[in-house]
Design a protein around this ligand. Structure first.
Ligand SMILES: Nc1ncnc2c1ncn2[C@@H]1O[C@H](COP(=O)(O)OP(=O)(O)OP(=O)(O)O)[C@@H](O)[C@H]1O
Ligand SMILES: [Mg+2]
Length: 231
């Protein structure tokens, strides 16, 4: 499992994470809810190594990740679906998927078929440029690209942001499939409460750089969660 213990993160003098602790267990969907600017992406940048932390420890399967660069964390099995998707617009869908080969051993450099089972649209668009896809298709591509790296934990930053409802359903189905079929851990950052409640096993709520609630999804107090999500 992933363990984040007492982590601080700064941008210059501004502190974005304050003593954040959380765990994401294998075979579970752990959801972090919070409104704009509370530090959700900063938490994922800390986990994936995109931004250095200033205090605390982050470990995955009992190995500490502190100080490791992003590519080393990808090799450790951390897959990342960034906010805004970050598809390479001029590369084809196939090339975008192949960009996930970077941390893999030679024998693993192929695109797993379950990506196309989950997102058939990607198969029919392999030769299209990433930038020509709709937002929803790009989101599916971003998840597919992360799946190519064979993650043990998949970290997703607001995958429903700006996506139409039918594709949100497909994404929810894919996330559930990944948890159930491969037993991977999922760490999902969201503002969309209903999506989170339907999927999550464990829920955290963040406010102003801190965790303000933690508990199983079944016992989540929806009214309290909504209070934290509205300004
Ligand atoms: N590169 C940066 N430099 C300086 N401040 C930053 C930087 N990135 C984020 N911040 C600040 O850190 C705080 C947390 O930002 P973060 O992006 O983690 O929030 P978030 O919860 O992901 O928000 P959103 O829901 O809008 O994506 C905000 O106050 C933000 O302005
Ligand atoms: Mg964010």
């Amino acid at each position: 499992m992933l363990t984040v213990n007492n982590v601080n993160l700064h941008y210059g003098a501004a502190q974005a994470l304050r003593g954040v602790s959380l765990t994401a267990e294998m075979g579970k969907i752990t959801c972090v809810l919070g409104r704009n600017g509370v530090g959700k992406s900063s938490l994922l940048r800390a986990v994936t190594g995109q931004h250095a932390i200033s205090a605390g420890t982050i470990s995955f399967q009992n190995e500490t990740l502190n100080g490791l660069p992003p590519y080393a964390r990808a090799k450790h099995g951390i897959g990342y679906v960034p906010q805004g998707r970050e598809i390479f617009p001029l590369l084809t869908v196939q090339e975008n998927l192949q960009s996930g080969y970077a941390p893999l051993a030679r024998k693993d450099k192929f695109i797993p078929e379950d990506i196309f089972n989950l997102f058939p649209v990607l198969k029919s668009m392999l030769g299209r440029r990433g930038g020509d896809l709709s937002g929803g298709q790009q989101q599916q591509l971003a998840i597919g690209r992360a799946m190519v790296t064979r993650p043990k934990i998949l970290v997703l930053d607001e995958p429903t942001e700006g996506i139409q409802p039918s594709i949100i359903k497909d994404i929810g189905r894919a996330i559930r499939y990944l948890r159930d079929s491969t037993g991977m851990a999922i760490l999902l950052v969201e503002q969309y409460l209903d999506f989170c409640r339907e999927l999550a096993d464990q829920v955290y709520i963040m406010d102003r750089g801190e965790i303000v609630h933690e508990g199983p999804a079944e016992t989540l107090d929806t009214a309290e969660a909504r209070r934290h999500l509205t300004v």
